[in-house]
Ligand binder design. Structure first.
Ligand SMILES: Nc1nc2c(ncn2[C@@H]2O[C@H](COP(=O)(O)OP(=O)(O)O)[C@@H](O)[C@H]2O)c(=O)[nH]1
Ligand SMILES: [Mg+2]
Length: 225
């Protein structure tokens, strides 16, 4: 049962180079399906899934690009009011990893600086071995430098997909609750109020809510900082 009946709404974005699997991650997470053939994304689209995180009910709108990333003309509407973002690269394509920095800069330009971010290396399939060119260690090192939680996923094999989405939502929820706490305290102007650095919300890490039938969560390839 969700706390207080309140529903928290979050807009979560998926960005990264074309063909890294952004649409596939969204479809895997929301519809539990995977489309092996390339279907170009047409029109800005979002899908909704409700998550329960530490008893808070979170309605997550997951936005997928309309394929504009190919032309680097993602509209500001896409970024507006986003609470979280998955920055995705393809572990079998080094060029997509080298563009992660550029996508991070893009987010910093258009989004609030408090936006929750996670780094996702997709196509880390069960049989990826020799095709994998972006090594886990290198991506992990980068994610530490950038202070980003990091997940290696496979939309095809349903590996760590739930974990990545839950983590970005958990971080967004934490930020929402903290800013609310600060606002409440400012309003009350109480003596023992918490200041912006002192306010802190603790949320459990465990993923709750609807369990997907085939979700395989491999913690070994999830590397949170
Ligand atoms: N092997 C493998 N292929 C994937 C995976 N995720 C997506 N793909 C394939 O990669 C291609 C591009 O995926 P898509 O989701 O359209 O990428 P987008 O352009 O970033 O939205 C499609 O052919 C997908 O079937 C994955 O985890 N493993
Ligand atoms: Mg797409």
């Amino acid at each position: 049962m969700a706390r207080s009946g309140e529903v928290f709404h979050f807009k979560i974005l998926i960005i990264g180079e074309s063909s890294v699997g952004k649409s596939s991650l969204m479809t895997r997470f929301v519809d539990e399906t995977f489309q092996p053939t390339f279907v170009p994304t047409i029109g800005v689209d979002f899908k909704v899934r409700t998550l329960i995180i530490d008893d808070y009910q979170c309605k997550v709108q997951i936005w997928d690009t309309a394929g504009q990333e190919r032309f680097r003309v993602i509209t500001t509407t896409y970024y507006r009011d986003a609470a979280g973002v998955l920055i995705v690269y393809d572990v079998t394509n080094g060029d997509t990893f080298s563009k992660v920095r550029r996508w991070t800069d893009e987010i910093n330009k258009y989004c609030d600086e408090t936006i929750a971010k996670v780094l996702v290396g997709n196509k880390d399939d069960d049989d990826v071995s020799s095709n994998k060119v972006v090594l886990t260690d290198d991506a992990q090192q980068y994610s530490r430098q950038m202070n980003l939680p990091f997940f290696e996923t496979s939309a095809r094999d349903n590996k760590n997909v739930d974990k990545a989405f839950y983590e970005v939502t958990r971080l967004a929820l934490k930020k929402r609750l903290e800013s609310r706490l600060i606002q409440d305290n400012n309003k009350k102007n109480s003596k023992d109020n918490l200041n912006s650095t002192g306010a802190s919300i603790r949320l459990n890490n465990s993923a709750g809510g609807r369990k997907h039938k085939k979700d395989k969560i491999k913690s070994s390839s999830c590397c949170k900082n």
